[in-house]
Structure formats: structure tokens, C-alpha cells
Design a protein around this ligand. Structure first.
Ligand SMILES: Nc1ncnc2c1ncn2[C@@H]1O[C@H](COP(=O)(O)OP(=O)(O)O)[C@@H](O)[C@H]1O
Ligand SMILES: [Mg+2]
Length: 233
């Protein structure tokens, strides 16, 4: 039996804005199995990013339950949640979120250093991760010395350096030209195939979504469609 990596039960997330309450996620229940590559599509404001934040434990639901790797996130202390995220989850953002003063190698090594891995070991693993994304020759470059596509590949290497079973990506190609975007999508596909990583990716782009093998459509905080889309691109 395949392992259930993520489960949401009647998850609601509300935000207060002024006097009004916005229901960003409105009663979502779903399950993601190990090794799936799920694409999430929907208009701006439909709740995609919030859904990803809830799934990855970055935000807590207003009601409902989130289970990650069988653990009920609402029962974890802040420290346990931090540890679970650090060890089990990689996150890639649209705007890369690299630290501008650090080199590519230092950015990629950072999650390991935070986990108290020794610098020499952390740098060795960071080198491997940079090689995986094809950037061995850019180890000493700062983000501003890299193209958008290269920055996103560094961000992907940083997300992968701890070898997490779960990878979340929020519009990872949203800021890239189509060629660089394709490189990033092929790398995600490769991670799924070679490491059995479970991937949930938010995207606006139907071409990007086609790399997944399941497509979830959101509207007004709800899942309006959820189907297997085959082998992917
Ligand atoms: N931190 C927040 N505070 C207030 N409202 C928020 C916050 N985050 C998201 N929202 C609102 O929740 C809704 C869904 O947002 P979001 O999940 O970012 O959608 P998407 O990623 O699909 O564009 C939007 O109406 C947005 O304005
Ligand atoms: Mg968003």
C-alpha cells in the first residue's frame, strides 16, 4: 500500500482584514500519496498559496485537521513542527527567496547548518545538490550574479539538500522564461522519478501543470476538480 503523505480533513483558513473575514480555504478535504506529483491551479486569490502553507505546516488552519506523514499538525509543539518541517519538507517560492549576501553554495548549505550539520559536511552535500541542478560552476556566485532560472535552480537545490520526502513549490516557474521554466519542471519530474519525492506545485500555467500526474483546481477556496492526468509531460 502506498503511504499517505498529506491528509486534509475539512480544512478552513480564515483571515481577518479590517472588519471583514476572508475565507481563503473553505472546507478542503484531500489526500496525497507518496510519489504523487500534484499540480494545483486556480485564479489569483482562489486560495492556492494558503493551501500550500497549510499543507506544509507554515500556517495553522482555523478549523479542520492537517496530517503530514501521519502526524496531526495541531498536536505538535512549535519545536516539533519546526523539526518536522526542517527534516521532511522542502519549499520553493516564486521569487526564489535566496539570501543576497550568500553565495550559491552557502545558500544551499544553510538548511543543513541550521540543522547543526558540520560546515565541511554541509558544504559537501550542498556541492552535490548544486551538481544535481547543473550548477557546479556557479558555487561561488551571489544571487545577483545569476539568471532567474539559475536562482530558481539554486533554490531547488536548497530545498533538496536535506533530501526531504515532501516538496512544495508555489509558482516555481512564474518568474521564469519558458526555457528556464522547463528546466525547473524537468528537475522536479526527475526528483519524483529518482527519489520518489512527493511534490505539490501551484501554477498558473497549464503547460507547467501538465508535468504533474494529478490536477487539482481551486475556486473561491474550494476544490472544484481533482483528477489524475496520466503520466505527465
Ligand atoms: N495573510 C493574509 N491576510 C489576509 N488575507 C489573506 C492572507 N493570505 C491570503 N489572504 C487572502 O486569502 C485569499 C486567498 O489567497 P491566496 O491563498 O494567496 O490565493 P492564491 O495563491 O490562489 O492567489 C485572498 O483573498 C487573499 O487576499
Ligand atoms: Mg499564490
Amino acid at each position: 500500500m502506498t503511504r499517505e503523505m498529506i491528509r486534509l480533513d475539512q480544512v478552513v483558513k480564515e483571515f481577518r482584514r479590517g472588519g471583514a473575514t476572508v475565507r481563503a480555504v473553505d472546507g478542503v478535504s484531500l489526500s496525497v500519496a507518496q510519489g504523487e506529483f500534484v499540480a494545483v491551479m486556480g485564479k489569483s486569490g482562489s486560495g492556492k498559496s494558503t493551501l500550500l502553507h497549510l499543507m506544509s505546516g507554515l500556517q495553522q488552519p482555523s478549523s479542520g485537521k492537517v496530517h503530514l506523514l501521519g502526524r496531526d499538525l495541531s498536536r505538535l509543539s512549535d519545536d516539533e513542527l519546526t523539526l518536522l518541517r526542517r527534516e521532511q519538507v522542502g519549499f520553493v517560492f516564486q521569487f526564489f527567496n535566496l539570501l543576497p549576501t550568500l553565495t550559491a553554495l552557502e545558500n544551499v548549505a544553510l538548511p543543513l547548518l541550521l540543522a547543526r550539520v558540520k560546515r565541511s559536511a554541509a558544504e559537501a552535500r550542498a556541492r552535490e545538490a548544486l551538481a544535481t541542478v547543473g550548477l557546479s560552476d556557479r558555487e561561488g556566485h551571489k544571487p545577483e550574479e545569476l539568471s532567474g532560472g539559475q536562482m530558481q535552480r539554486v533554490a531547488l537545490a536548497r530545498a533538496l539538500v536535506t533530501d526531504p520526502p515532501l516538496l512544495f513549490a508555489d509558482e516555481p516557474t512564474g518568474n521564469l522564461d519558458s526555457h528556464s521554466g522547463e528546466e525547473v519542471l524537468l528537475l522536479l519530474k526527475q526528483m519524483q522519478a529518482e527519489r520518489g519525492q512527493t511534490i505539490v506545485m501551484v501554477t498558473h500555467d497549464p503547460k507547467a501543470a501538465a508535468y504533474g500526474d494529478r490536477l487539482i483546481r481551486m475556486q473561491d477556496g474550494r476544490v472544484i476538480d481533482d483528477q489524475v492526468t496520466g503520466e505527465g509531460a
